[in-house]
Design a binder for this molecule. Structure first.
Ligand code: UDP
Length: 315
Protein backbone atom coordinates (compact mmCIF):
# COMPACT_ATOMS: atom_id res chain seq x y z
CA UNK A 1 0.00 0.00 0.00
CA UNK A 2 1.21 3.53 -0.82
CA UNK A 3 2.17 5.53 2.23
CA UNK A 4 0.00 8.65 2.43
CA UNK A 5 0.42 11.91 4.32
CA UNK A 6 -2.82 12.53 6.20
CA UNK A 7 -3.61 15.75 8.06
CA UNK A 8 -6.07 15.38 10.95
CA UNK A 9 -7.47 18.64 12.35
CA UNK A 10 -8.60 18.09 15.95
CA UNK A 11 -6.17 15.20 16.49
CA UNK A 12 -6.36 15.45 20.30
CA UNK A 13 -10.09 14.70 20.23
CA UNK A 14 -11.69 11.34 20.81
CA UNK A 15 -12.76 10.42 17.24
CA UNK A 16 -9.81 12.11 15.46
CA UNK A 17 -7.18 10.53 17.73
CA UNK A 18 -8.72 7.09 17.14
CA UNK A 19 -8.74 7.77 13.38
CA UNK A 20 -5.12 8.97 13.54
CA UNK A 21 -3.99 5.80 15.30
CA UNK A 22 -5.86 3.68 12.72
CA UNK A 23 -3.77 5.30 9.95
CA UNK A 24 -0.50 5.35 11.95
CA UNK A 25 -0.82 1.57 12.46
CA UNK A 26 -1.05 1.19 8.67
CA UNK A 27 2.24 3.08 8.33
CA UNK A 28 0.85 6.33 6.93
CA UNK A 29 2.26 9.67 8.06
CA UNK A 30 -0.21 11.64 10.19
CA UNK A 31 0.08 15.38 10.83
CA UNK A 32 -2.10 16.21 13.84
CA UNK A 33 -3.43 19.70 14.64
CA UNK A 34 -5.19 20.81 17.83
CA UNK A 35 -5.46 23.78 20.22
CA UNK A 36 -6.50 21.58 23.22
CA UNK A 37 -9.66 23.58 23.76
CA UNK A 38 -11.50 20.29 24.31
CA UNK A 39 -8.96 17.73 23.09
CA UNK A 40 -6.69 15.99 25.55
CA UNK A 41 -2.90 15.89 25.83
CA UNK A 42 -3.08 12.23 26.84
CA UNK A 43 -4.59 11.36 23.43
CA UNK A 44 -1.68 13.13 21.73
CA UNK A 45 0.78 11.32 24.03
CA UNK A 46 -0.53 8.00 22.65
CA UNK A 47 -0.04 9.22 19.06
CA UNK A 48 3.44 10.59 19.85
CA UNK A 49 4.58 7.01 20.44
CA UNK A 50 4.46 6.51 16.66
CA UNK A 51 7.46 7.91 14.79
CA UNK A 52 5.23 8.60 11.76
CA UNK A 53 3.17 11.14 13.79
CA UNK A 54 3.88 14.86 13.94
CA UNK A 55 1.89 17.25 16.11
CA UNK A 56 1.26 20.99 15.68
CA UNK A 57 -0.42 23.02 18.45
CA UNK A 58 -2.41 25.75 16.69
CA UNK A 59 -5.78 27.52 16.35
CA UNK A 60 -6.85 26.55 12.84
CA UNK A 61 -9.39 29.38 12.71
CA UNK A 62 -6.55 31.89 13.07
CA UNK A 63 -3.92 30.33 10.83
CA UNK A 64 -2.42 26.99 9.86
CA UNK A 65 1.20 25.96 10.42
CA UNK A 66 3.61 26.52 7.53
CA UNK A 67 3.28 23.47 5.29
CA UNK A 68 5.25 25.02 2.40
CA UNK A 69 7.43 22.02 1.53
CA UNK A 70 5.09 19.39 2.93
CA UNK A 71 3.22 16.97 0.66
CA UNK A 72 -0.34 16.33 1.93
CA UNK A 73 -2.61 13.69 0.38
CA UNK A 74 -5.70 13.82 2.60
CA UNK A 75 -7.21 16.30 5.06
CA UNK A 76 -9.79 15.38 7.72
CA UNK A 77 -11.66 18.40 9.11
CA UNK A 78 -12.57 17.07 12.58
CA UNK A 79 -11.66 19.99 14.81
CA UNK A 80 -14.94 21.24 16.29
CA UNK A 81 -16.06 20.83 19.92
CA UNK A 82 -19.22 18.71 19.64
CA UNK A 83 -20.89 18.17 23.02
CA UNK A 84 -24.10 20.12 23.83
CA UNK A 85 -22.30 21.29 26.98
CA UNK A 86 -19.61 22.86 24.72
CA UNK A 87 -22.33 24.72 22.80
CA UNK A 88 -23.02 26.79 25.93
CA UNK A 89 -19.38 27.36 26.90
CA UNK A 90 -17.56 27.72 23.56
CA UNK A 91 -20.07 29.13 21.03
CA UNK A 92 -17.64 31.63 19.43
CA UNK A 93 -14.88 29.04 19.06
CA UNK A 94 -17.36 26.58 17.49
CA UNK A 95 -18.66 29.18 15.05
CA UNK A 96 -15.13 30.18 14.08
CA UNK A 97 -13.60 26.72 13.71
CA UNK A 98 -16.40 25.52 11.44
CA UNK A 99 -16.32 28.67 9.27
CA UNK A 100 -12.82 30.22 9.19
CA UNK A 101 -11.12 26.98 10.27
CA UNK A 102 -12.84 24.92 7.58
CA UNK A 103 -12.00 27.55 4.97
CA UNK A 104 -8.31 27.47 5.91
CA UNK A 105 -8.29 23.68 5.55
CA UNK A 106 -10.11 23.86 2.20
CA UNK A 107 -7.56 26.43 0.94
CA UNK A 108 -4.78 24.07 2.01
CA UNK A 109 -6.48 21.16 0.20
CA UNK A 110 -6.69 23.31 -2.93
CA UNK A 111 -3.02 24.31 -2.69
CA UNK A 112 -1.82 20.73 -2.09
CA UNK A 113 -4.28 19.04 -4.43
CA UNK A 114 -5.31 16.92 -1.43
CA UNK A 115 -8.57 15.08 -0.81
CA UNK A 116 -10.66 16.84 1.85
CA UNK A 117 -13.31 15.42 4.21
CA UNK A 118 -15.60 17.64 6.27
CA UNK A 119 -16.93 15.98 9.42
CA UNK A 120 -20.44 17.34 9.58
CA UNK A 121 -23.08 16.07 11.96
CA UNK A 122 -26.57 14.65 12.45
CA UNK A 123 -27.23 18.03 14.13
CA UNK A 124 -27.77 19.49 10.65
CA UNK A 125 -31.15 17.68 10.79
CA UNK A 126 -32.03 19.55 14.02
CA UNK A 127 -35.14 18.09 15.68
CA UNK A 128 -36.08 15.92 12.67
CA UNK A 129 -39.62 15.45 11.36
CA UNK A 130 -38.51 12.49 9.24
CA UNK A 131 -37.40 9.21 10.77
CA UNK A 132 -34.88 7.70 10.18
CA UNK A 133 -32.99 10.59 8.59
CA UNK A 134 -31.86 10.19 4.98
CA UNK A 135 -29.28 12.54 3.45
CA UNK A 136 -31.95 14.20 1.24
CA UNK A 137 -33.74 15.59 4.32
CA UNK A 138 -32.96 19.32 4.78
CA UNK A 139 -33.59 19.36 8.52
CA UNK A 140 -35.51 21.33 11.12
CA UNK A 141 -33.02 23.61 12.83
CA UNK A 142 -33.57 26.59 15.14
CA UNK A 143 -31.10 29.15 13.77
CA UNK A 144 -30.88 31.09 17.06
CA UNK A 145 -31.39 28.38 19.67
CA UNK A 146 -28.88 26.99 22.21
CA UNK A 147 -27.54 24.42 19.71
CA UNK A 148 -27.39 26.80 16.74
CA UNK A 149 -23.69 27.69 17.05
CA UNK A 150 -22.88 24.08 16.18
CA UNK A 151 -25.83 23.16 13.93
CA UNK A 152 -25.66 26.25 11.75
CA UNK A 153 -21.87 26.44 11.54
CA UNK A 154 -21.78 22.82 10.41
CA UNK A 155 -24.47 23.57 7.82
CA UNK A 156 -22.26 26.45 6.65
CA UNK A 157 -19.22 24.13 6.62
CA UNK A 158 -21.15 21.76 4.34
CA UNK A 159 -22.07 24.63 2.01
CA UNK A 160 -18.47 25.86 1.98
CA UNK A 161 -17.14 22.38 1.22
CA UNK A 162 -19.63 21.78 -1.61
CA UNK A 163 -18.87 25.16 -3.18
CA UNK A 164 -15.10 24.57 -3.03
CA UNK A 165 -15.83 21.33 -4.84
CA UNK A 166 -18.12 22.83 -7.48
CA UNK A 167 -16.32 26.13 -8.12
CA UNK A 168 -12.72 25.52 -7.11
CA UNK A 169 -12.40 21.85 -8.10
CA UNK A 170 -11.38 20.64 -4.66
CA UNK A 171 -11.78 16.88 -4.22
CA UNK A 172 -14.14 16.95 -1.24
CA UNK A 173 -16.28 14.58 0.88
CA UNK A 174 -18.90 15.34 3.56
CA UNK A 175 -19.95 12.92 6.30
CA UNK A 176 -22.68 13.48 8.87
CA UNK A 177 -21.60 11.83 12.10
CA UNK A 178 -24.33 10.47 14.39
CA UNK A 179 -23.87 9.86 18.15
CA UNK A 180 -20.55 8.11 18.70
CA UNK A 181 -18.94 6.83 21.89
CA UNK A 182 -15.95 4.86 23.10
CA UNK A 183 -12.62 5.04 24.88
CA UNK A 184 -10.88 8.46 24.83
CA UNK A 185 -14.12 10.39 25.32
CA UNK A 186 -13.75 13.09 27.93
CA UNK A 187 -15.23 11.79 31.20
CA UNK A 188 -16.70 15.26 31.89
CA UNK A 189 -17.77 15.81 28.30
CA UNK A 190 -21.40 16.12 29.46
CA UNK A 191 -22.80 13.73 26.86
CA UNK A 192 -25.11 10.97 27.84
CA UNK A 193 -22.80 7.95 27.54
CA UNK A 194 -19.90 9.26 29.67
CA UNK A 195 -22.39 10.67 32.20
CA UNK A 196 -24.34 7.41 32.52
CA UNK A 197 -21.27 5.16 32.60
CA UNK A 198 -19.56 7.26 35.26
CA UNK A 199 -22.77 7.48 37.32
CA UNK A 200 -23.20 3.68 37.05
CA UNK A 201 -19.57 3.03 38.03
CA UNK A 202 -19.94 5.25 41.12
CA UNK A 203 -23.30 3.71 42.07
CA UNK A 204 -25.02 7.10 41.68
CA UNK A 205 -28.45 7.70 40.09
CA UNK A 206 -28.43 7.92 36.30
CA UNK A 207 -30.08 11.27 35.57
CA UNK A 208 -32.30 11.16 32.48
CA UNK A 209 -33.22 14.58 31.08
CA UNK A 210 -36.94 14.83 30.31
CA UNK A 211 -38.93 11.60 30.48
CA UNK A 212 -36.30 9.57 28.60
CA UNK A 213 -38.53 8.84 25.60
CA UNK A 214 -36.20 10.75 23.25
CA UNK A 215 -34.09 8.38 21.15
CA UNK A 216 -30.50 8.21 19.92
CA UNK A 217 -28.60 5.63 17.87
CA UNK A 218 -25.10 5.00 19.20
CA UNK A 219 -22.07 3.98 17.17
CA UNK A 220 -18.87 2.57 18.66
CA UNK A 221 -15.85 4.64 17.64
CA UNK A 222 -14.00 1.87 15.74
CA UNK A 223 -17.07 1.34 13.53
CA UNK A 224 -17.20 5.07 12.87
CA UNK A 225 -13.51 5.19 11.91
CA UNK A 226 -14.13 2.43 9.32
CA UNK A 227 -16.97 4.51 7.88
CA UNK A 228 -14.77 7.64 7.71
CA UNK A 229 -12.16 5.63 5.80
CA UNK A 230 -14.78 4.26 3.39
CA UNK A 231 -16.09 7.72 2.54
CA UNK A 232 -12.62 9.25 2.14
CA UNK A 233 -11.76 6.44 -0.30
CA UNK A 234 -15.00 6.77 -2.25
CA UNK A 235 -15.69 9.26 -4.99
CA UNK A 236 -18.90 10.52 -3.37
CA UNK A 237 -18.97 14.31 -2.98
CA UNK A 238 -22.46 14.68 -1.50
CA UNK A 239 -23.17 14.14 2.24
CA UNK A 240 -23.09 10.61 3.66
CA UNK A 241 -24.60 9.66 7.04
CA UNK A 242 -22.25 7.63 9.20
CA UNK A 243 -23.30 5.92 12.42
CA UNK A 244 -25.07 2.86 13.76
CA UNK A 245 -28.87 2.68 13.22
CA UNK A 246 -29.34 0.68 16.45
CA UNK A 247 -31.84 3.00 18.19
CA UNK A 248 -32.61 3.27 21.94
CA UNK A 249 -34.71 5.59 24.02
CA UNK A 250 -32.52 7.38 26.56
CA UNK A 251 -34.43 5.62 29.35
CA UNK A 252 -33.68 2.19 27.78
CA UNK A 253 -30.09 3.26 27.33
CA UNK A 254 -29.77 4.01 31.06
CA UNK A 255 -31.28 0.62 32.01
CA UNK A 256 -29.00 -1.18 29.56
CA UNK A 257 -25.87 0.47 30.98
CA UNK A 258 -26.88 -0.50 34.53
CA UNK A 259 -27.42 -4.09 33.35
CA UNK A 260 -24.19 -4.39 31.36
CA UNK A 261 -22.07 -2.91 34.16
CA UNK A 262 -23.90 -4.88 36.91
CA UNK A 263 -24.43 -1.57 38.72
CA UNK A 264 -26.71 -0.95 41.70
CA UNK A 265 -27.64 2.52 40.41
CA UNK A 266 -31.22 3.63 39.72
CA UNK A 267 -32.63 5.63 36.84
CA UNK A 268 -34.13 9.02 37.73
CA UNK A 269 -35.94 11.30 35.27
CA UNK A 270 -35.55 15.02 35.95
CA UNK A 271 -38.43 15.87 33.58
CA UNK A 272 -36.43 18.83 32.28
CA UNK A 273 -35.60 18.26 28.62
CA UNK A 274 -33.07 20.86 27.38
CA UNK A 275 -34.44 23.32 24.80
CA UNK A 276 -34.33 22.04 21.19
CA UNK A 277 -33.16 18.59 22.34
CA UNK A 278 -33.98 16.33 19.34
CA UNK A 279 -36.80 13.88 20.12
CA UNK A 280 -35.64 11.19 17.72
CA UNK A 281 -32.43 10.42 15.91
CA UNK A 282 -31.48 7.47 13.76
CA UNK A 283 -29.31 7.45 10.65
CA UNK A 284 -30.44 5.98 7.36
CA UNK A 285 -27.11 4.46 6.26
CA UNK A 286 -28.14 2.99 2.92
CA UNK A 287 -25.95 5.49 1.08
CA UNK A 288 -22.86 4.49 3.11
CA UNK A 289 -23.62 0.81 2.41
CA UNK A 290 -23.87 1.55 -1.32
CA UNK A 291 -20.24 2.83 -1.27
CA UNK A 292 -18.70 -0.32 0.25
CA UNK A 293 -19.70 -3.35 2.23
CA UNK A 294 -20.35 -2.00 5.74
CA UNK A 295 -21.97 -3.33 8.88
CA UNK A 296 -21.25 -1.97 12.39
CA UNK A 297 -19.38 -4.71 14.26
CA UNK A 298 -19.52 -3.67 17.92
CA UNK A 299 -22.79 -4.19 19.81
CA UNK A 300 -24.07 -1.66 22.34
CA UNK A 301 -23.26 -4.03 25.25
CA UNK A 302 -19.73 -4.74 24.06
CA UNK A 303 -19.07 -1.08 23.32
CA UNK A 304 -20.34 -0.04 26.76
CA UNK A 305 -18.06 -2.60 28.46
CA UNK A 306 -15.01 -1.34 26.56
CA UNK A 307 -15.85 2.30 27.29
CA UNK A 308 -16.45 1.56 30.99
CA UNK A 309 -13.02 -0.15 31.18
CA UNK A 310 -11.49 3.07 29.86
CA UNK A 311 -13.29 5.27 32.38
CA UNK A 312 -12.47 2.87 35.25
CA UNK A 313 -8.77 3.36 34.64
CA UNK A 314 -9.15 7.14 34.71
CA UNK A 315 -10.57 7.23 38.25
N1 UDP B 1 -29.04 13.21 28.36
C1 UDP B 1 -29.50 12.70 29.56
N2 UDP B 1 -28.68 12.70 30.63
C2 UDP B 1 -27.40 13.16 30.58
C3 UDP B 1 -26.92 13.69 29.34
C4 UDP B 1 -27.78 13.69 28.27
O1 UDP B 1 -30.66 12.25 29.64
O2 UDP B 1 -26.68 13.12 31.60
C5 UDP B 1 -29.93 13.18 27.16
C6 UDP B 1 -30.01 14.47 26.37
O3 UDP B 1 -31.03 15.32 26.86
C7 UDP B 1 -30.28 13.94 24.97
C8 UDP B 1 -29.59 12.60 24.92
O4 UDP B 1 -29.37 12.23 26.27
O5 UDP B 1 -31.68 13.71 24.80
C9 UDP B 1 -28.26 12.66 24.18
O6 UDP B 1 -27.56 13.75 24.69
P1 UDP B 1 -26.04 14.03 24.36
O7 UDP B 1 -25.64 15.23 25.15
O8 UDP B 1 -25.22 12.80 24.53
O9 UDP B 1 -25.96 14.38 22.80
P2 UDP B 1 -26.97 14.87 21.67
O10 UDP B 1 -27.39 13.65 20.95
O11 UDP B 1 -28.15 15.57 22.30
O12 UDP B 1 -26.17 15.79 20.85
Amino acid sequence: MDKKVILVAGAAGFIPSTLSEFYLKQGHIVLGLDNFITGSRSNVAILNQYKNFKFYECNIYESLPDFKNQKIDEIFSLASPASPVDFQVLPMEILRVNSEGTMHLLDLAMEKNAKFLEASTSEVYGDPEIHPQPEEYFGNVNTIGPRSCYDESKRYAEALTMNYHMHKNVNTRIVRIFNTYGPRMRPNDGRVIPNFINQALRGEDLIVYGDGSQTRSFCYVDDLVCALDIVMNSSCHTPVNIGNPDEYSIYECALKIIEVLHSKSKVVCNNNLPKDDPKKRKPDIRKLKSLASYEPQISFSEGMKRTAEYFKHLV
